[in-house]
Design a protein. Structure first.
Length: 244
């Protein structure tokens, strides 16, 4: 399958909405947490595959601001699963030159979870391989609101002029500051919406929706999504030259 991918047109930044863990478990008459556990194995394979293909940034939607509304037991399990993932994977990620970056507000997380995540960020901070963005307690609307508040405060203090408020300036106040915007956003489980994910950054992203639940997603499915991306005509609001 990978032989069919144009290596000269690999997306630089892929973002993934890892959806369907709970439904995957329910279909197997298992508790929802089993789906999250299986999804962690998928994440390991996808990070490795993206790194091998030379993708510069991989962003995954790990825990949204809305996920706090899930049952307490499930939220607690997800927080502990984050600890488990960091402790099990961090040495391999660091060895493979992966740089971890967090998108979101870590302050509401349990202390132990927050400390493990921050330790992973510090450990991999100087790495120069694929950047692995983990959207954690992340919401696209909250991100934009926070950016606006910071800009408004600096405007009030006279540090920013009205004429300086541009798309580039706003982008620099987002969690993704300094990152290229996602070329491709993949959502698993057949759902066709962004669910408050990278709302600003996805303005010209190509969206690919796949039917597989996240635990069933794998490197082959990733390659198929990239092939679909490569068959798209990306014009960024312009028209084809042949149509001019």
């Amino acid at each position: 399958m990978q032989n069919e991918i144009d290596s000269n047109r690999i997306p630089k930044h892929i973002a993934i909405i890892m959806d369907g863990n709970g439904r995957w478990a329910s279909k197997r008459a298992l508790p929802r947490v089993f789906g999250h556990k299986a999804g962690m194995e998928t994440l390991r394979e996808v990070v490795r595959a993206c790194s091998d293909m030379g993708i510069e940034i991989l962003t995954v939607y790990a825990f949204s601001t809305e996920n706090w509304n899930r049952p307490t037991e499930e939220v607690s399990y997800l927080m502990n699963l984050l600890i488990e993932y960091m402790r099990k994977e961090i040495n391999e990620l660091n060895k493979n030159n992966v740089k971890i970056k967090i998108l979101g507000d870590l302050s509401p997380l349990p202390k132990v979870t927050r400390e493990e995540v921050e330790k992973a960020v510090r450990l991999t901070g100087s790495n120069t391989g694929i950047q692995f963005n983990i959207a954690l307690n992340y919401g696209g609307r909250a991100e934009i609101i926070n950016a606006c508040k910071k800009i408004a405060e600096e405007f009030k203090e006279g540090k920013i002029l009205k004429e300086q408020i541009t798309e580039e300036l706003i982008s620099s106040y987002l969690f993704t500051s300094g990152d290229i915007e996602p070329d491709l956003i993949i959502r698993t489980s057949g759902e066709k919406r962004l669910s408050n994910f990278l709302l600003w950054q996805s303005a010209y992203s190509e969206l690919v929706f796949v039917d597989e639940m996240w635990p069933d997603f794998n490197s082959r499915q990733l390659e198929k999504a990239i092939m679909e991306f490569q068959n798209r005509d990306r014009r960024f609001g312009l028209i084809k030259k042949s149509s001019e």
